[in-house]
Design a protein around this ligand. Structure first.
Ligand code: B3K
Ligand code: ZN
Length: 843
């Protein structure tokens, strides 16, 4: 298959004025009637009418009422057409046979759609590209009780419903749902006085698990009005929960479709983390109404225009609703775990890629999370007021348009007069910048020598310096802050900055708040780090200091088989006991770096990560911390007990997080007594799962796993946790045997993406097991990817990223991983999605 290139972008030859669709629903023989008015684009390239289409059976086509015989192409059709005309077509599709979950498909008897990025072409012939925008009218014919599409309802009759979406939209935002559903309903009055009916549609029996998603939606609607001046623009906002879904959720205009796991929550079935994710994803999809829908992308290379911005918006929202400090730490952890990892491997690509074979492979951490970091840096560089001014101008100038990153940057140049040409390199250059910082103090002046470099990445050997905003402070040896946060802009390869600090003994706190997504090399002693952990006023860098201490200590243990570092163990004392600090923050500071984090740290220090040694070192460190602080941990475990009915808010969740962090450590010294008691007494999923996962690490959770299974076997979302936890959390290599056993379990419904991820994905999360020396982890994952690919290429391709770090490991493991990848690659009929991923990973 040919690569699509940004440099080859052409305007559409025809524009669409209006779309009218009729769906005669049938599981195996749905008929789609389309009536589309086209007119030639004066700025287009000319030529015949070309429409995208895939897997469609064309029954009839007409132009201005006259039947025509278009030329059928492998991926669409072509026909000569006048400058303005009405196209009519009737096609037949088979939703029941659609296992790829793209286009119109069925999930548990319900019809639903997923069109982004290029799924609409599986529904009917159309110019399936985001820069063709039109209003849609949709008639659905079916005996099913609930029939939904985009926009506002127009008409409802016996066996049919008509919807009209007055807002011009690209086809990827089209949606249709039909099923036996019930609504959890509520309402919202916008700042413009519009009364909006809000509905969350779920399967009967799930309606009592929608309250938190509804509450999140209403808070998101209010927040977008306050923070960005954006109000909702239809009379109805529908959310539908679907069991079979390839990703998290989809922002279809007025009809968001969600993976059920990001909608449904009750205290007994969902954890605090689930609640927080539901809030974030509901917000994210809602915020797309303006950033994505009203203003969309000109082409798919501009994906970060809507995704980076919308992630930034949802992160800010969650921070406002909960705690900015905690949210920032969590977001950076995620950025490092997913995006830095991507940047360091064969899949590294710019936030705005310049070529792709399958666009679905580019819904990546780089486009989303690094895309969001860029917006954060932009706001830091120009200030909050100018950022808001620029956004206002963006909405004003580009409403109803399909835009580019250039359009986005231009509004900020116009609003501020600042040249953003160098800043734009953040979109074009792949890789994580490295900043080295050398500091010294002379006569009360802190002198900071900063240098930046950007490693070569696939297709990009040479890089130019970027503008890097770094927030800097300094803490004196006695713990007082001698330099409050100041932001410097590193624009050259190397630059020196000076600050008056009035003392000769202070430690610089650099990249506060993680002001830029870079890897910072700053030589600090363990004592300096302990000082920052104890006294930094910037919560992110306070956490970061502890994290760096832990990472260094663990790397030493692994490389030199040393003992757990006393500096680190001692420094955790105040973290455990200082009640003046936020419990949620303390929980984060108590957690050790992940296996993946340590594997990367070892790679960075030119060592070959040994997954068993990493696992063993973490366990030894946890035991050392627990032994040293048993009394304090026990006290905090008791003190953080939450009383009263379960509340998912940040305060209670923070207390549970700290208490469960203590539990996890204490389980290393108490033989699992507390965890067993907590498991038996738990009245919410957070405490239940924390206890269960602590027990799983001891290798003695048989009874509890069985009890959990018996209680929840009919609850699909909870059973996903049952599968995932015992595989991902198993100690050492034992997760592999657990996974080998569970793929035989009757409830392993591998065609359901959530269940597939909770088994195969969970194995990938367990380093010692996935990277087992035998190669059995790689082989098992490869077997299942080969099996899933013909049914669901998108989920398969996404999961090949488990292999993206193969180059880190020893030659034996590399050979095993490559053999598994080659086996996937040489599978007959492998999808375009998976084959693109595997070739890139193999390099
Ligand atoms: N825009 C969708 C993602 C679509 C993925 C297509 N493979 C969800 C989101 O980012 O909000
Ligand atoms: Zn999005």
């Amino acid at each position: 298959p040919r690569a699509i290139r940004l440099s080859e972008y052409q305007n559409p030859a025809f524009l669409v004025q209006d779309v009218s669709l009729t769906f005669r629903l049938d599981p195996h023989a749905t008929r789609v009637f389309s009536r589309i008015s086209f007119r030639r684009n004066p700025e287009g390239p000319g030529g015949p009418l070309r429409l995208d289409g895939e897997g469609l059976r064309l029954i009839r086509a007409a132009i201005d009422g006259t039947e025509v015989q278009p030329k059928i192409l492998p991926a669409g059709l072509e026909i000569d057409a006048p400058d303005a005309f009405t196209w009519e077509a009737e096609v037949q599709i088979d939703p029941k046979a659609n296992t790829a979950l793209e286009g119109l498909y069925m999930s548990n008897g319900m019809y639903c759609t997923q069109c982004e990025a290029e799924g609409f072409r599986k529904i009917t012939y159309y110019p399936d590209r985001p820069d063709v925008m039109a209003p849609f009218e949709v008639r659905i014919e079916s005996e099913l009780p609930v029939l939904l599409s985009n926009g506002d309802p127009v008409e409802r009759g016996d066996g049919y419903a008509v919807w009209r979406d007055p807002w011009k939209k690209p086809a990827y935002l089209f949606a249709l749902v039909a099923g036996d559903l019930v609504a959890h309903s509520n309402g919202f009055t916008t700042m413009e006085g519009r009364e909006v009916a809000l509905n969350i549609w779920v399967r009967p029996g799930d309606e009592d698990r929608c309250a938190y998603a509804m509450d999140s939606l209403k808070r998101s609607m209010r927040w977008d009005e306050d923070a960005y001046g954006r109000a909702y623009d239809l009379d109805v906002f529908n959310i539908v929960a679907v069991d079979d879904f390839n990703m998290g959720a989809m922002e279809n205009k007025g009809l968001n479709i969600f993976n059920a796991r990001y909608v449904l929550a009750s205290p007994e079935t969902a954890t605090d983390a689930d609640y927080a994710r539901i809030e974030a994803i509901v917000a994210h999809e809602y915020f797309h109404n303006w950033t994505g829908n009203r203003i969309t992308c000109r082409d798919w290379f501009q994906l970060c225009l809507k995704e980076g911005l919308t992630v930034f918006r949802d992160q800010t929202f969650s921070g406002d609703e909960r705690s900015h400090a905690v949210k920032r730490i969590e977001d950076v952890q995620m950025l490092r775990a997913r995006q830095f990892r991507e940047d360091a491997g064969p899949l590294a690509h710019p936030v705005r890629p310049t070529s792709y074979i399958e666009i679905n492979n580019f819904y990546t951490a780089t486009v989303y999370e690094k895309g969001a970091e860029i917006i954060g840096m932009l706001r830091r560089l120009i200030g909050e007021d100018a950022y808001r001014e620029g956004c206002d101008l963006y909405f004003d100038r580009h409403d109803g348009q399909a835009c580019t990153i250039e359009d986005w940057l231009k509004v900020f140049e116009d609003a501020t007069g600042r040249d953003l040409a160098q800043f734009a390199r953040w979109y074009a250059q792949a890789g994580t910048p490295r900043v080295t910082a050398e500091t010294r103090i002379e006569g009360g002046t802190l002198i900071l020598d900063l240098a930046q470099s950007l490693p070569a990445t696939p297709g990009q050997p040479e890089k130019a310096p970027q503008v890097i905003p770094l927030a800097i402070g300094a803490i004196a040896r006695d713990g007082t802050e001698v330099l409050p946060t100041a932001v410097v802009e590193l624009t050259e390869t190397a630059q020196t900055f000076r600050f008056e600090v009035g003392t000769d003994d202070a430690v610089a706190s650099i990249n506060r708040g993680f002001s830029a997504p870079v890897i910072l090399d700053q030589t600090l002693s363990a004592a300096d780090r302990a000082l920052l952990l104890a006294h930094d006023t910037d919560p992110f860098n306070k956490w970061e200091a502890g994290r760096a201490l832990a990472r260094t200590a663990l790397v030493d243990m692994i490389v030199q088989s040393g003992a757990p570092d006393r500096h680190f163990v001692d420094a955790l004392g105040p973290v455990i006991s200082d009640n003046a600090q936020d419990p949620a923050f303390r929980a984060l500071a108590l957690a050790l770096p992940s296996d993946d984090d340590l594997a990367q740290a070892l790679t960075d220090s030119n060592a070959t990560p040994d997954p068993d040694a990493i696992d063993a070192a973490r366990t030894r460190m946890q035991t050392a911390v627990a032994t040293a602080h048993e009394g304090a941990l026990d006290a905090v475990y008791d003190a953080m007990k939450v009383s009263g009915p379960y509340n998912p808010d940040a305060t209670d969740a923070g207390r549970r997080a700290l208490r469960n962090a203590a539990l996890s450590l204490l389980t290393h010294v108490d033989g699992g007594d507390r965890a067993r008691a907590q498991f038996a007494a738990a009245d919410n999923m957070t405490d239940c799962l924390a206890a269960l996962s602590a027990l799983i690490r001891t290798g003695q959770a048989e009874t509890e796993l069985q009890a959990f299974h018996d209680r929840w076997q009919n609850d699909r979302l909870v059973m996903d946790k049952w599968f995932a936890l015992q595989i991902a959390g198993a100690p050492g290599e034992t997760g592999l045997a657990v996974a080998q056993r569970l793929v035989e379990h009757p409830a392993f419904d591998w065609k359901n993406p959530n269940r597939f991820r909770s088994v195969i994905g969970a194995l990938g999360m367990n380093h010692a097991s996935f990277h087992a020396r035998s190669g059995g982890g790689y082989a098992l994952v490869a077997d299942w990817l080969i099996r899933l690919d013909p049914l669901n290429p998108q989920t398969t391709a996404r999961m090949t990223t488990l292999f993206e770090t193969w180059h880190r490991y020893d030659v034996d493991r590399q050979d095993q991983a490559k053999a598994a990848l080659r086996r996937i690659q040489s599978t007959e009929g492998l999808s375009r999605d998976t084959s693109e991923m595997v070739s890139r990973i193999l390099g």
